[in-house]
Unconditional design. Structure first.
Length: 283
């Protein structure tokens, strides 16, 4: 019996909303014709016009919906394979990635007059006993971290996404956007339950995080409301923060972030990572 039902699900002829509308309109017309002889002669003329106009009205309403609010036409069956979720994403362009990075750097440094290298990072760099191989050589990391905010941000984002990929045991699709949106997600993981969206932020100053997170959540909301309803119901957001804050400051930041997320349209998981720890773990 279970096998039969599974086969029925796989071989169903209903593939899109227009098919459903056609079947419904057809059944309504057949039923209406069967009822027609029982309608009084005085009302038959009105009833016939109703039978003529009803299917036309359905089709018109369908195309109006298709034009102005297409996301509501997606059904859960459209996403039985999680790869179908990913078809709604597109690779971001170089210009879009640059614009997002520039905006994030601007937000991160908005309240910073100067950037001092944290003691734990400095000690990590100067320690010759714990060498990092290849790209993650200590001297190179120290140079990158002290050169400019853009380099620090790119490094922090890469390390966080790599850590998340290890934790979720899933490969990440980097820097993708919804086809009907310009907002770029730092990464998206293809989970069988639905897409896992990732937004990474680098916070080095306790005075700047409130502004950064507030602006980020506003943009995220705008992007997520444009998702198809069925996709949004299964989606999850990971807000990952690479920071250089004291543990007490990090806990306070997490508490404030949870307050900001109280009315967010999809489930959100907050993950905090010490940047120094991320670098150390690359040994």
């Amino acid at each position: 019996m279970v096998s039969f039902l599974n086969n029925m699900k796989e071989n169903t002829i209903i593939k899109n909303p227009l098919t459903v509308i056609s079947i419904f309109a057809g059944l309504a017309e057949v039923a209406g014709t069967a009822v027609l002889p029982f309608v009084s002669e005085a009302n038959q003329n009105t009833y016939i016009w109703f039978l003529i106009i009803f299917p036309i009205l359905l089709v018109v309403l369908f195309f109006i919906t298709l034009n102005f609010n297409p996301k509501v036409l997606y059904a859960p069956s459209d996403f039985r394979d999680e790869n179908n979720y990913m078809d709604l994403f597109r690779p971001s362009s170089t210009v879009e990635r640059k614009e997002k990075l520039d905006e994030e750097i601007k937000e991160t440094t908005i309240e910073e007059e100067s950037k001092k290298v944290p003691k734990d990072i400095r000690e990590l760099s100067l320690s010759r006993e714990k060498g990092l191989s290849n790209y993650y050589d200590q001297n190179y990391i120290f140079k990158v971290l002290t050169e400019n905010p853009r380099s620090r941000y790119i490094l922090a984002e890469s390390l966080v996404i790599e850590r998340l990929s290890q934790e979720l045991q899933l490969p990440a699709r980097r820097e993708v956007a919804l086809k009907n949106s310009r907002f770029i997600f730092d990464a998206v993981f293809e989970d069988k339950r639905g897409p896992v969206l990732v937004e990474v932020k680098y916070i080095s100053n306790k005075r700047a995080y409130h502004h950064v997170i507030k602006q980020t959540l506003m943009r995220l909301k705008d992007a997520i409301v444009n998702m198809p309803d069925s996709m949004r119901q299964n989606a999850k957001l990971i807000l990952a923060i690479a920071h250089e804050l004291h543990p007490d400051e990090a806990k306070l930041m997490e508490s404030k972030m949870k307050e900001m997320l109280s009315d967010f349209p999809i489930p959100v998981e907050i993950k905090l990572y010490q940047l120094a720890e991320l670098i150390t773990n690359k040994q």
